[in-house]
Design a protein around this ligand. Sequence first.
Ligand code: GLN
Length: 474
Amino acid sequence: MTISELRKKFLSGEYTPKEAVADAKSVIAEKDKNIHAYLDVFDDAEKMAEEATSRYQEGGENIPPLCGVPLAIKNNILIEGKRATAASKILDNYVATYDATVIKRLRDAGAIFVGSTNLDEFAMGSSTENSAYGPTKNPIDPSRVPGGSSGGSAAAVAMGSVPAALGTDTGGSIRQPASYCGLVGLKPTYGAVSRYGLMAMGSSLDQAGTLTNSVEDAETLFKVISGRDPHDMTTIGPDTYGAVATKETYTFGVPRAFLGQGVDADVMERFEAHLDQLRADGHKIVDIELPLFEAGLAAYYIVMPAEVSSNLARYDGIRYGVRKEGENLLETYLNSRADGFGAEAKRRILLGTYVLSSGYFDAYYGKAEALRSKMRDELNAVFTQVDLVVTPTAPTPAFKLGEKSDPLAMYREDIFTVPVNLTGVPAISLPMGEVDREGISLPTGVQYIAPHGGEARLFDIGRKIYDAKRYNNG
Ligand code: GLN
């Protein structure tokens, strides 16, 4: 069910938040042993559901928009009084002392949190295999990954336990799992959603966003969680957005050369069919060039680890989380970090420390940042000719657990998503239809990229084609 369908049923009294939470819990009890979408399931959800049920029974105006809607939350977002592990051993015992701004806003809108979801450690990965608590499986084919790093949130929605979940997206971690699990995944404009209370991975790239079954639900949640926040000075309000108007029909730009980089043939076929459908609906498709985007992945894997190495310095066994005592303070730091971080976290801390070191700063970090600002110029120039850029979300459908043991092969899954974070613009992944792998139909995703502050355009076109079931999305 979608949030809007739930809301209708709650308002008519046909279904209650109490029943919705009970149903969410029974789906979790039945399926999550196998899928492992959740790290913790919350036992106060029933109490919140009772209050929400009474609120609907009282009736009247002004019932908050998400009253009684059960949600799942990625476990790198702080919920007061709940464990916040980022799926890392180093935070196994860490309990959040306050609500993230996004949580506070959802709470004020009446949402119910049923549990926290699994992720790649500190959101670093594309498969949710890097979790210290074991991988999450794709509900559509449990021999495959749900994508990552918000794989737990995507699986929680795809297995039908909740209508929507929050994720975070630093390089594709909402859009890519949405694509692998057949969902709608929104990565907002940088600054549109507060990062206060999100565990930082790459601070200049991170954004919280949504995994939903419809574009309308993505918009509903975005309206609740977005906006200025005095706790995060990078936040912007709708008033600082550019004038990004919606239109009757759009001009889409397709970066053909960029797409030449190893997309599976049948995914490309689905993409071409999608473009044909857009054309048939009166939209215009033009070829564009984004040559610098081809270096996006290289720039990302310098900028992101640099920021990771700095952000993860705070986990030292003293200030947060699990401590492993040594003979002296330095040894305590070393023991806690050596024992607490997994292999991928260590790889990125090493890489980031290296590119920031005084001898290499100019050669790597400086260059990557310069490239990043040129990418922004390149994209801005394209947006003077087209309204939206369109690509597949990922080059492949969901892959098998363990298939991408080479980190570089894994990083390539992010080729189309990372430029969006580097340039700070918003993007949405919509189901694009299915491809067959070993006799199982697996979803694929199409990514629409809008200019800075152009969420309205993503919602508009997304509703027109996906929610309205205009296209055969498989
Ligand atoms: N998969 C990308 C990475 O491993 C993106 C992660 C993310 O968006 N959090 O860094």
